[in-house]
Design a protein around this ligand. Sequence first.
Ligand code: Q46
Ligand code: ZN
Ligand code: ZN
Length: 335
Amino acid sequence: MKCRKCGETAVINMRQHKLALCASHFLEWMPEQCQRFIEKYRMFTPEDKILVAVSGGKDSLGLWDILHRLGYQADGLYIGLGIDGRRSPSAEESGYSDQSRQLSEQFAAEHGLRLHRVDVEQTYGATIPELAVISNRGRDKPCAVCGLNKRYIMNRMAYDGGYSVLATGHNLDDEAAVLMQNTLNWAGGYLVRQAPVLPASRPGLARKVKPLCRFYEREMAAYAIVRGIEYIYEECPHAVGSTTIYYKEILSQMEEQRPGAKLQFYLSFLQAKEQGLFALQADAAELHPCDKCGQPTSAPGECSFCRLWDKVRAVKGARLPLEELPVDLETSRIA
Ligand code: Q46
Ligand code: ZN
Ligand code: ZN
């Protein structure tokens, strides 16, 4: 297979675009496309201060790399979840969270970028798996409490840290899988909020963007490899058997038969929304500040994050007040 631009050997063939590219043209094409998406969905401008949520994986580090190459001011945020995916407890092998932190730190150091770090256990007093057990919400699958904590901390760090935008590394495969799940359940509330940009519609909420939402997962993997980005290959051990992975597999089978199926599914959804589908539901959720921490919430009184941690404090004893969430690298509490 030859590169369509120069005739050299191609490193990737993107059947949905009928485009094969060599390494150097692929490395040019990715940021160009990303810039196109940033402008098309009016995500941010060079004046914006961006906080990129990084996990040490190919998508988030690839995103940080692309934004940096495009000249945006982008700092990183790493959240230590305390997840240990060790299969054998040998001393050399570190757990999932340790590895993902090391790789995020390594990337930041190599590129001279600023990385904020928040360790959930050191800041709030329990790791995510402990939290799931103590709160009795997902003893075997801590994903619900994990998602709640990540969303809360990302929003709070972005908003309190004075960032105008929070960027996450969700790719097309992630978005199409979530879309399929929400569509099969006709989950109107989720479908309304699924978009490349979630505006900061209320005080206390950060603007959220997904600049990779039109890139296939294999494109992001190829980008990281060709760029020489060292990333964590394993998924979080709790991702195994998740419904998202199940829908990703179904969509990949469809893609195999019909190149471009995933992209078309996602883009037609965005188009239908633009044309007014779900317009009536868009303003339905009323938010108010949480009685305890002030973050916007739809729950009465305290937000679900504060209620979750109240429950844990009752069992474990309090560590730190919520107000002490570090917003600066220098004050972060990771060892
Ligand atoms: S990190 Fe957290 Fe994911 Fe691991 S515990 Fe589940 S939600 S799978 S993206
Ligand atoms: Zn080429
Ligand atoms: Zn709260």
